[in-house]
Design a binder for this molecule. Structure first.
Ligand code: FUL
Length: 486
């Protein structure tokens, strides 16, 4: 393989932070859009809503957490405050909160109940705190609002245990005559790093990138290493939805830099070489229903199991994480339609990934860095060891021998991303000779690009004993941490 251009060599050296690695391992978690909009039947409030409207009769955060867990999720992100400014916790910075509602005589705290439920059920907890706040009198006054926002952040970051992420969106629908607030993002980020250094700062933030649409679609090559301008708050805000709660019109085929179909290839890195490459992995956010908040007239829009499963394969299985929104009803529970579908999804994923048939396999490679990085490491599930090709001058070939003919319909490939994302293209073959001996008859099964944290490759169930994986293009070297076969 030809010598790397310095721009690409630099990208090959970019690695995730420990918090990004921890976040990536969660893979699938929920968004809970709940607040005053749940009671006004709107997607975006305007900050004039009466807190007295907030009065759940059966609020059950345990049910939320349990349903998430049953669906196969490892975390939950709650909208502590949406654009209307109503806070789901009693905030010292405003009275526009649950404290002014009849629920539990103003003594309730949804953030606390939810944090406790997640801890009890054993999933991670994260928070969404809308920067745009139409109720705060200081909104649009620069530092005064930043002070207010920092107070709220500190409350959330200190009183509710460990948070796995803080989620900021760039939406602001103030329109031409609205207020403009220049958020002091660096100040907000510093508070998060100070109080919860392990929390990932998502979307408008340095740790996790919005995939660019709300349809559950990833790019075919969803690079985790991209030019750093993509993490600039102005760029993200410009790409976010701007008009009354409408989904963004971003089209991944568009040619603006954010929306482009390709943002991390060599071509893009060369084009944007003045922007240092950063580790900025993608998250796919999508709602189980039409809207982000609950609306009874959208009960029929709950996505069917097949659609959710497809979204899972196309996000978690394409080097992104999946943030699936489930909005509770005005009673404060997840609607039975959503519950049924989510339970089926969890059951389906359990069946799909029930028995990893890799145990007892052998894996050989045409090259390896040293004895500690041999190909057999790839078929030791759960171990930290991995295969490292060493510097590559020609394609690396790996052969997986399952030890017997087995009926397989998917492989899961994982790069060792702690040492960066390197693989740019691969070919996967199956051996049509299923006997132990005799010459292999390789048939091309799949031609792919990136692998990253996880690439799920599905195919028609085939009786097969051996696979060959050829890494045809990569940056510097290649690694693989694990292969699973189902
Ligand atoms: C957007 C918001 O405007 C929507 O209401 C929703 O919260 C979505 C996840 O992010 O920017």
């Amino acid at each position: 393989m030809p010598k790397l251009h310095p721009v690409i060599a630099r990208a090959a050296q970019v690695v995730p932070s420990p918090r990004q690695l921890a976040w990536q391992k969660l893979e699938f978690y929920s968004f809970i859009h709940y607040g005053i909009n749940t009671y006004t039947d709107r997607e975006w409030g305007d900050g004039t809503e009466d807190p007295a409207l907030f009065n759940p009769t059966k609020l059950d955060c345990r049910q939320w957490a349990k349903v998430c867990k049953a669906a196969g999720m490892r975390g939950l992100i709650l909208t502590a405050k949406h654009h209307d400014g109503f806070c789901l916790w009693p905030s010292a910075a405003t009275k526009h909160s649950v404290e002014s509602s009849p629920w539990k005589d103003g003594k309730g705290d949804v953030v606390r109940e939810c944090a406790e439920a997640c801890a009890e059920v054993g999933i991670k907890f994260g928070l969404y705190l809308s920067p745009w706040d139409q109720n705060a009198p200081s909104y649009g006054q620069g530092k005064a609002y930043d002070d207010f926002y920092e107070t709220q952040l500190r409350e959330l970051l200190t009183n509710y245990g460990e948070l796995f992420c803080l989620w900021f969106d760039g939406a602001c629908g103030e329109g031409k005559n609205g207020k403009t607030q220049a958020y002091d993002w660096e100040r907000y980020y510093a508070v998060i790093r100070e109080l919860q250094p392990n929390a990932a700062i998502c979307i408008v933030g340095p740790d996790v990138r919005w995939v660019g649409n709300e349809a559950g679609v990833c790019r075919p090559s969803e690079w985790s290493v991209v030019p750093s301008f993509l993490s600039k708050a102005e760029v993200i805000a410009a790409a976010s939805q701007q008009e009354d709660g409408k989904a963004p019109t971003i089209n991944l085929d568009g040619d603006d830099a954010w929306a482009a179909w390709d943002i991390g290839s060599r071509k893009q890195l060369m084009k944007h070489q003045n922007w240092a490459p950063i580790w900025y992995p993608a998250e796919v956010d999508v709602s189980i229903r039409k809207g982000w908040f609950y609306h009874a007239n959208e009960d029929h829009t709950v996505k069917p199991l097949a659609k959710l499963r497809e979204i899972y394969y196309k996000s978690v299985g394409a080097n992104a994480s999946l943030l699936l929104n489930i909005p509770p009803t005005p009673q404060g529970v997840i609607h039975e339609r959503d519950v049924d579908t989510l339970i089926s999804l969890g059951a389906q994923l359990k069946v799909d990934f029930k028995e990893n048939l890799i145990e007892g396999s052998t894996m050989t490679a045409s090259c390896q860095l040293d004895d500690a990085h041999g190909a057999q490491n790839i078929v030791l599930p759960g171990s930290d060891s991995y295969w490292h090709s060493g510097e590559l001058h020609k394609p690396a070939e790996l052969v997986l021998d399952l030890g017997d003919d087995l009926d397989i319909n998917k492989l899961v490939l994982k790069e060792h991303i702690a040492t960066g994302q390197q693989i740019e293209a691969f070919k996967l073959y199956i051996d049509q000779n299923t006997e132990e001996t005799g010459a292999s008859k390789w048939k091309l099964l799949e031609k792919g690009t990136i692998i990253g944290h996880k690439r799920i490759i599905q195919f028609n169930e085939t009786r097969v004993r051996r696979f060959k994986l050829v890494i045809t293009e990569c940056r510097g070297f290649a690694t693989l941490e694990e292969i699973e076969a189902y």
